[in-house]
Design a protein around this ligand. Structure first.
Ligand code: FAD
Length: 332
């Protein structure tokens, strides 16, 4: 099929594909499986570690996944992502271990460049799926790197139920709706949950704040920040706290620390081209993965600040693939 056009035509001597998928988490690979099975020969850029983009996405940074259906005994995050990749390739996806550093969505076929090849001829695609994911914001506290995923987490739903947190005192950092939601959720597992709030009030909605304040298993520590994460070398067991008003410092013995200070969607590539919200998440037409540009779809955490789970990302990857398939067949 000839490259589709939507306005001006870009000439290219490099690869032209019907669809390019940027990102290699559950969303990107699920889209790839569907598109490859539909004989659309997708090209998937999985990112290159040296550019700070680890192939396989966020799940490669964690240990056991207990809530991905189909694995009743759980599965290690990196192993799950290896399986996603294997399944994409099995049906013919061309997986490229490089990062897309530049994209031009102003006309179809869309043009994009690989990292380090920005001055060369671009590659082109009739449709694009952005599945570049997101990452949890971190504070860079002393000891944070040592105990990240060994007591420190940014996802209560993912990690709250693991044995190291059960019936143990836990802490949540943040004052918004996410912090209120995570703290309330963690009371199911922890013996007590402390919420560290820098200000003297919560940013959470009234209803969430009320639920938090009325929970006997939650204590809010106002005007409080954590300054250091401490432990036994393997697992976190203490936080050093500071009162931002008085400067007073103290210990808070906890076995879990959950960051609820927001996520950073990986949208630098498409900023100022696609409609994004105030936090940078790509806005899609409700109930679809269609972005503000025809032929460009977004799936996974890059467009979802609410659920942020592997299964929901995979689900939206499937939606994006079916929407690409429909669009391209209508245009044939
Ligand atoms: P991501 O997984 O974020 O992957 C995006 C990929 O795109 C990355 O590989 C990145 O390198 C690549 N990329 C980005 N930009 C480019 C580019 N320009 N060019 C090429 N490649 C690019 N969810 C659960 O359901 N259960 C759990 O137990 C669970 N545990 C978690 C534990 C941790 C520590 C973390 C961080 C997350 C956890 N999650 C869990 C959440 C889950 O990992 C995410 O919801 C899911 O991975 C999002 O998938 P995604 O496809 O949107 O993107």
């Amino acid at each position: 099929m000839a490259p589709l056009t939507n306005g001006s035509v870009h000439k290219s001597t490099k690869i032209h594909s019907k669809v390019v998928i940027i990102g290699s988490g559950p969303a990107g690979h699920t889209a790839a499986v569907y598109l490859a099975r539909a004989n659309l020969n997708p090209v998937l850029f999985e990112g290159f570690m040296a550019n700070g983009f680890a192939a396989g996405g966020q799940l490669t940074t964690t240990t056991e996944i207990e809530n991905y259906p189909g694995f009743p005994k759980g599965i290690m995050g990196p192993e799950l992502m290896d399986k996603f990749r294997e399944q994409s390739i099995r049906f013919g996806t061309q997986v490229i271990t490089e990062t897309v550093s530049k994209i031009d969505l102003s006309a179809r076929p869309f043009r994009y460049w690989r990292e380090g090849q920005e001055d060369e001829e671009p590659e082109t695609a009739d449709a694009v799926i952005i599945a570049t994911g997101a990452s949890a914001k971190r504070l860079g506290l002393k000891g944070e790197d040592m105990y990240w995923q060994s007591g420190i987490s940014a996802c209560a739903v993912c990690d709250g139920a693991v044995p190291i947190f059960r019936n143990k005192p836990l802490a949540v950092i943040g004052g918004g709706d996410s912090a209120a939601e995570e703290a309330t959720y963690l009371t199911k597992y922890g013996s007590h949950v402390y919420v560290l709030v820098r200000r003297g009030e919560l940013r959470a909605s009234k209803i969430m704040a009320k639920r938090l304040m009325n929970n006997p298993k939650i204590t809010v520590l106002w005007h409080t920040v954590a300054t250091e994460c401490q432990g036994d070398g393997d697992l976190l067991n203490n936080l050093r706290l500071k009162n931002v008003f008085t400067g007073e410092e103290k210990d808070l013995p906890v076995n879990g620390l959950f960051y609820a200070i927001g996520h950073e969607p990986a949208t630098a590539l498409v900023r100022n081209q696609l409609h994004t919200d105030e936090e940078g998440y790509i806005i899609t037409v409700p109930g679809t993965t269609q972005t503000s540009i025809k032929g460009v779809f977004a799936a996974g955490d890059v467009q979802d600040k609410r659920y942020r789970q592997a299964i929901t990302s995979a689900g939206s990857g499937c939606m994006a693939a079916l929407e690409v398939e429909r669009l391209l067949s209508e245009e044939e």
